[in-house]
Design a binder for this molecule. Structure first.
Ligand code: ZN
Ligand code: ZN
Length: 376
């Protein structure tokens, strides 16, 4: 893995305006808005591509899913009703498996929210449950043979992913494990992603499978009830989402990014994904806004702004002791944090290396970042 330094052009106010974090038109003042900055190269779109309504086994009408997504400032959702599992069918007979999407898409028209047509192909193992997003017609996926359903989804231009591979109802030990059918689907490029995060669970084994098989890392809520209740939003919680690094804020660009694997899952206070994607998000989040020695001392106060919802936990690998912290440093989300670094003599520039303990690039490996600093 190549060593990487990120040269924040330091010392605000000399920061060029092009390097300032820029949003993409969302209201981040809303307290429950999920916010991560755009990266150097891409827009950071926030997506939840797995959820249910009364049109399968969820508890709400599609308008609630739209309203929740607007409140969370999501860029995209998909109502992925179980095609085959229809427990409310006696009360809500609806032969059209596109119906939930069509209602939500219309309700979303006044809002800045993309609703992507999707469905959950709901089978026993193998292959278990899988989502197909960007489909044209969900009804055509109601095919007995699960492999044929994947073929049809791909014919329709879908991005597909394996849902909750750690689900104990289908895998008693909770250990996500590829089957021959999955290997075959991957080899034929019919299966493109895997949920590393589903609802309240995260799977190291699924993360390993994603990295080893070039599958896109996904994080979704799979919400059936209410987001507010499930994720304790009143206590500052958030639903799990997938950050999608896309060239534009369009369904086409999102699909291209998902197929290319440019995602990071955001779960509780942890980011999970391929190193280049996690690095891009973390580095875009952090900016050194000031660095100055206290008088003639050799202790420099470094202030770091964190333009993201993650409370980054940094382990100091710089070789310098800190006067302000023993153990991990917590960078306040959407705020600034100062650390006092003992450099033993005044330096014209220094680099601070950190391990970001809650930014995982492999199941047992956290991201390392270096901040280049020029004290005043
Ligand atoms: Zn499922
Ligand atoms: Zn589901």
């Amino acid at each position: 893995m190549k060593q990487y330094c990120f040269l924040l052009l330091l010392l605000y106010p000399f920061l060029p305006s092009s390097a300032q974090p820029h949003g993409h038109g969302h209201d981040h003042h809303n307290e429950r808005a999920i916010h991560f900055p755009d990266t150097d190269q891409y827009l950071t779109l926030v997506a939840d591509l797995h959820m249910h309504t009364v049109f399968s086994d969820g508890s709400v009408w599609p308008d609630i899913r739209v309203e929740e997504a607007v409140r969370d400032s999501l860029d995209a959702i998909s109502l992925t009703e179980h095609l085959e599992y229809q427990p409310h069918a006696e009360d809500l007979p609806h032969p059209d498996r596109n119906r939930a999407h069509d209602i939500a898409a219309e309700l979303a028209l006044p809002h800045d929210l993309m609703v992507l047509r999707g469905a959950e192909v709901t089978r026993s193992m193998p292959p278990g449950h899988s989502n197909a997003i960007f489909i044209q017609d969900a009804n055509k996926l109601l095919i007995d043979d699960p492999v044929a359903a994947f073929e049809e989804a791909n014919r329709q231009g879908a991005f597909t992913f394996w849902n909750h591979p750690n689900w104990i109802a289908q895998r008693e030990d909770g250990v996500a494990t590829l089957t021959d059918m999955h290997r075959d689907l991957i080899r034929r490029k019919l299966l493109h992603g895997i949920e590393v995060v589903n609802d309240l669970t995260i799977s190291k084994e699924a993360f390993r499978i994603a990295l080893d098989n070039n599958l896109t890392v996904m994080g979704t809520s799979d919400i059936h009830g209410l987001v507010d209740w499930q994720y304790d939003l009143h206590k500052g919680g958030h639903r799990p989402v997938t950050l999608v690094l896309a060239t534009e804020r369009t369904p086409e660009a999102m699909k291209a990014a998902l197929i290319a694997g440019r995602t990071v899952a955001w779960f509780e206070n942890t980011l999970v994904g391929r190193e280049e994607n996690v690095r891009a998000v973390v580095e875009a989040s952090l900016r050194v806004t000031s660095a100055a020695y206290f008088g003639a001392s050799s202790v420099v106060e470094v202030t770091i702004h964190n333009d993201s919802d993650a409370a980054y936990l940094l382990e100091n690998l710089s070789g310098y002791s800190l006067q302000s912290d023993l153990g991990p440093i917590t960078l306040s989300p959407n705020g600034s944090t100062s650390v006092n670094v003992m450099t033993l003599k005044q330096l014209g520039d220094l680099s601070l290396k950190f391990r970001v303990l809650n930014a995982m690039v492999e199941p047992e490996k956290a991201l390392e970042v270096t901040l280049q600093i020029k004290p005043e």
